[in-house]
Design a protein around this ligand. Structure first.
Ligand SMILES: [Zn+2]
Length: 360
């Protein structure tokens, strides 16, 4: 299936064209929500939306399902039509538990396809590997049960295809950045996510540090306040930031780092939300030793995805926790510092502080 281009998709959503329903989904960058083309909500500006072929792709990119048009609520419906027949059959099998306990090759057997073919098909049509798609569909199914039912969490986990409550909780937390029970409490009371915003005077700039307990949720330069709030909203929905003191453990780690103990930030706990791929990239960034630099190509190769340098670059640019998740340690293949979300000057300062620019 090929996607219509951006202008065609946008024209369709502007008139809520029913013929477009199921052909693609709308990702709204500013809200982090994805919708069906027929969503009754006000249409966002063209520059703020992107279009993807499937709900699974939207979920894999970190978007949450719209509460009004429920793009996640009807797997197997017209919303899933339009992909190749094999993909449809594969998704039906996955929804029936086809990947809950078995491997991709077993799924392939039932489709009359080899494992490699199944993986290629998913990559092409859904933009994500089978296991990630299965995971996204299970999590989407779980969200519907969490929000609308009074089912105990153990039953939510089983009904949405997870083998154990523990696995469900772990994965849910990793992807959504909060526990399923927290979401239920929040949604049922109309609560937003409550985080603490603190300010830290670093040598070259004031930093905004967003925490929940002793865990870092976001870190950015104070002049990018707006961008940080947008990023948080995109990841967590409605977020209430209350100004407060920095947790002592994080203050101590930042003090130590800026005073020359360069590995002091390595063990600070972080919670990032984001898709599997983004979290893998952010983990890889934290594994770059202080005092060294690398390139996007090398980083992609270290993730077992040589050739994905551009995707790694995008994920790196979406890093919500500056400095602690050290995206500043990635430089151009030609040795040029290249861009940095906080400005190239600050990137140079950080690398110099870490001793990575010696002899340059
Ligand atoms: Zn919608």
């Amino acid at each position: 299936m090929t996607m219509p281009d951006h202008a065609t998709c946008y024209a369709a959503i502007a008139v809520r064209d029913p013929a477009a329903d199921g052909r693609f989904f709308v990702c709204v960058r500013t809200s982090g929500i994805y919708c069906r083309p027929v969503c009754p909500a006000r249409t966002s500006f063209a520059k703020n939306v992107t279009f993807v072929a499937t709900a699974a792709e939207a979920v894999a990119a970190g978007y949450r399902a719209c509460k009004r048009c429920r793009p996640d609520a009807a797997p197997g419906s017209a919303a899933w039509a339009g992909t190749a027949a094999s993909v449809r059959r594969a998704l039906a099998l996955i929804d029936a538990g086809g990947l809950d306990a078995t491997k991709v090759d077993a799924l392939g057997d039932r489709l009359g396809l080899g494992e490699r073919q199944v993986r290629r098909l998913f990559g092409k049509h859904l933009g994500a590997p089978p296991v990630a798609v299965a995971q996204a569909r299970r999590l989407a199914a779980a969200n519907v049960l969490i929000d609308e039912d009074r089912l105990p969490m153990s039953e939510v986990a089983l009904a949405s295809g997870f083998g154990s409550v523990r696995r469900f909780n772990e994965l849910y937390r990793a992807v959504h950045g909060e526990a399923p029970a927290t979401r239920r409490a929040r949604v049922s009371k109309g609560y937003s996510m409550h985080l603490t915003l603190s300010r830290y005077a670093a040598p070259e700039a004031e930093l905004l540090v967003v925490t929940e307990g002793d865990t870092l949720r976001a870190l950015d330069f104070a002049d990018f306040d707006e961008r940080m709030r947008t990023l948080l909203a995109r990841r967590y929905g409605v977020v209430t930031l209350t100004e407060g003191p920095l947790p002592p453990s994080i203050a101590a780690a930042l003090d130590a780092y800026f005073n020359g103990d360069l590995t002091a930030l390595d063990t600070v706990p972080v919670a990032t939300g984001g898709s599997d791929f983004q979290r893998a990239v952010w983990a890889a960034l934290r594994a770059i030793p202080v005092g060294t630099t690398t390139g996007y190509g090398a980083l992609a190769a270290s993730l077992g995805k040589p050739g994905a340098a551009r995707a790694v670059g995008l994920a790196s640019g979406a890093n919500p926790i500056g400095i602690v998740v050290p995206c500043h340690r990635v430089i151009g293949a030609n040795g040029k510092l290249t861009g940095y979300a906080g400005g190239v000057g600050r990137k140079a300062w950080l690398l110099k502080h870490e001793g990575a620019l010696q002899g340059r």
